[in-house]
Design a protein around this ligand. Structure first.
Ligand code: NCD
Ligand code: ZN
Length: 336
């Protein structure tokens, strides 16, 4: 197959940052994706309706200026003490999700949640409002490669305690998580990134260190990658695309910041991974259908064409280094 047309996809997990760089990151995502869920770990964080609405307006203005048709979806950051009313106000301001960062788990998460009991009222309010609880599932106290597995029990407790709450476990990185998601009720879904479907820890540090592949959760083994790929191509409505595209300026990456800027290459990587699995015909379900259904949204209009046209990824895109920088990718993506 030399070209493939799919319905315009969605990205249900992306970091667009703030300040002067945000417009370029927003335009980059809008280029390929009809909708995107913008993560709230900016500074100060998006924890109330006014900040959330301001941020969404700024992102929407950047998208409009880019000329691409794309809609930002809003996600607030769950912090202890926020309160039920603030959660309901965020829902009224258009939020579709609230993000649970275990305290200290990742970029700008020192003010996150120490334990679910610290946000019990807020989780109950999210359940009542029909919001999706988006979870960064890592226990920062566990060894780096075990953090996701170590947090599955906490997720299990939340799923059991809030029987109507919809939960999206973000950026799955290991086989145990795939099994856990499938064992939970259907109101629990999960995003999988293009980098976790494409790379392993050996790509990150088995040869020369490749900081552009360093993210949280850290890339895992080939067996983990195989389990993620199997889940992504399975057609199960539980698994859908969230890029976790997370750009950092070169000086921050040099200082060890976690995050992969995948927005420019995500669809090329996904097409290659699905092709490797002999499942290009399932790509549309994963990137354009399952996530929309999970979030209760209609499907996007429009078409994205993937063509087998090799392109060499520039050393930097929008001032950030992407995975595959300097390498040639087999598939090119373009909305038509
Ligand atoms: C993300 C970031 O930089 O904001 N980093 C990452 O490694 N994925 C935060 C996150 O989603 O963990
Ligand atoms: Zn993220």
């Amino acid at each position: 197959m030399n070209s493939l047309e799919i319905r315009t996809p969605d990205d249900f997990h992306v970091h667009l940052r703030q300040g002067p760089a945000m417009a370029a990151y927003a335009a980059r995502t809008a280029r390929h994706f009809g909708r995107f869920l913008a993560m709230p770990n900016v500074v100060p964080p998006l924890t109330g309706p006014a900040a959330l609405a301001d941020y969404r307006r700024a992102v929407a203005a950047a998208v409009a200026a880019s000329g691409y048709a794309s809609t930002p979806l809003a996600c607030f950051k769950l912090v202890p003490g926020m309160g039920r009313e603030a959660v309901l106000a965020c829902a009224a301001a258009g939020a579709v999700a609230g993000k649970y960062y275990p305290a200290g788990s990742t970029t700008n998460a020192s003010d996150g949640v120490p334990e679910p009991a610290a946000v019990a009222d807020e989780l109950a309010a999210m359940q009542d409002a029909g919001l999706v609880l988006s979870i960064h599932g890592e226990d920062p106290a566990a060894p780096a490669l075990d953090r996701e597995r170590a947090f599955l029990g906490v997720v299990d407790g939340i799923v059991g305690s809030y029987p109507r709450l919809r939960v999206a476990l973000e950026h799955l990185s290991c086989a145990e998580s795939v099994r856990a998601v499938l064992a939970w009720p259907e109101r629990v879904g999960a995003t999988i990134t293009a980098h976790h479907l494409s790379y392993t820890i050996d790509d990150l540090l088995g040869g020369g260190l490749r900081p552009e592949l360093f993210c949280k959760p850290v890339l895992k083994s080939a067996a983990d990658r195989a389990a993620l790929l199997e889940a992504a191509v399975s057609g199960s409505p539980r698994f859908f695309f969230g890029s976790d595209s997370a750009p950092h300026p070169p000086e921050a990456k040099a200082a060890g910041a976690a995050g992969c800027y995948t927005a420019p290459v995500a669809l090329s990587l996904l097409a290659a991974a699905f092709e490797e699995a002999g499942a290009l015909d399932r790509l549309e379900t994963f990137v354009s259908v399952s996530g929309a259904r999970f979030y209760g949204l209609g499907l996007n209009p429009g078409v994205l064409r993937l063509s087998r046209e090799g392109w060499t990824v520039p050393a930097a895109v929008d001032g950030a280094v992407t995975p595959a920088a300097g390498r040639t990718l087999a598939w090119t993506a373009e909305r038509i």
